[in-house]
Design a protein around this ligand. Structure first.
Ligand SMILES: [Zn+2]
Ligand SMILES: [Zn+2]
Ligand SMILES: [Zn+2]
Ligand SMILES: [Zn+2]
Length: 289
């Protein structure tokens, strides 16, 4: 199989299995040695596949471990390598408001992509496309190397990558004010997501962000369920978002270090332990580590 065909196929297999699999399980679907499969995934890079060595198989609540850089060892028998399907494909936000006729994003009804069944609001009144194979959408899927996915598989892929499919983020929570609730006066009764808005968009630059980077915690579960979201998809989103934040933060830290070397001093507050700041906590009320 040519590389793009192989990557498309591997994404399809992953998404047919919830968007994340262990390498050895994925391998059962292709006729490749583990080494060659791993090499193909690594060659495609983290914009398509995230490879992370994890200590032991985790349950559906399994949260990301850090330090994803999976050294290409001769496959330690105890450690398992997990593979997460990543994509830059997104639903077009302007299309949802009938404000875009053509662009490089998917023109699909957000409600339709959220639901596992036709949404009741889509039965009669919806004018947005529910067809992933319109000529425009076919082109977008091809551009992202995911044309072979069926609708259910594409849904899985988008749910763990596209922040627009997460529950709506509470903007009041994201303003200053109270360390736990921001300016959201609804506090625990709020039906919006109390998470860092920049984090879910992969843009949080704060090394020691006060807003929650935990999408999966006790207080968030009703919000997630309310939207009919699969918890597994949210956990996968968390894994990808945590990886992106780490990468972004490492890049900024490197810039910082070279800047402070030039200045001969560190910024106020001193260096913050990235690891402590990023370490995902287990289920934890309102997710503040
Ligand atoms: Zn568009
Ligand atoms: Zn619709
Ligand atoms: Zn709120
Ligand atoms: Zn943040």
């Amino acid at each position: 199989m040519a590389e793009p065909t192989l990557c498309s196929f591997l994404t399809k297999v992953l998404c047919a299995h919830g968007g994340r699999m262990f390498l050895q399980d994925l391998r059962a679907h292709v006729e490749l040695s583990e080494g060659r499969l791993r090499a193909a995934l690594q060659a495609a890079g983290p914009s398509r596949f995230l490879l992370q060595d994890v200590a032991e198989p985790e349950g559906p609540e399994g949260l990301p471990l850090l330090d994803s850089a999976a050294p290409e060892g001769p496959g330690g028998a105890g450690a398992a390598c997990r593979v997460v399907a990543v994509s830059a494909a997104r639903l077009c936000a302007r299309y949802q408001r009938a404000e875009c006729s053509a662009c490089d994003q998917l023109h699909l009804c957000r409600r339709h992509m959220l639901a596992n069944y036709p949404h009741r609001d889509c039965w009669s009144t919806c004018t947005l496309s529910h067809d992933i194979h319109t000529p425009g959408n076919i082109q977008v899927l091809k551009n992202h190397g995911i044309f072979g996915l069926n609708e259910a598989q594409l849904r899985i892929l988008l749910l763990q990558n596209d922040p627009c499919l997460l529950p709506e983020v509470c903007l009041l929570y994201n303003k200053g004010g109270d360390p736990l609730y921001g300016y959201c006066h609804l506090k625990d009764q709020c039906n919006k997501f109390h998470v860092c808005r920049a984090f879910v968009r992969g843009e949080c630059k704060l090394p020691n962000c006060r807003r929650s980077h935990q999408l999966v915690h006790t207080a968030a579960l009703p919000v997630i369920e309310d939207q009919g979201l699969n918890l597994l998809s949210v956990v996968n989103f968390q894994i990808i978002a945590t990886y992106k934040h780490q990468t972004l933060h490492q890049m900024l830290e490197n810039q910082d270090n070279s800047a402070s070397e030039r200045q001969g001093m560190h910024g106020a507050g001193g260096p913050v332990s990235t690891r402590a700041a990023q370490e995902p906590a287990p289920v934890n009320p309102k997710g503040h580590p």
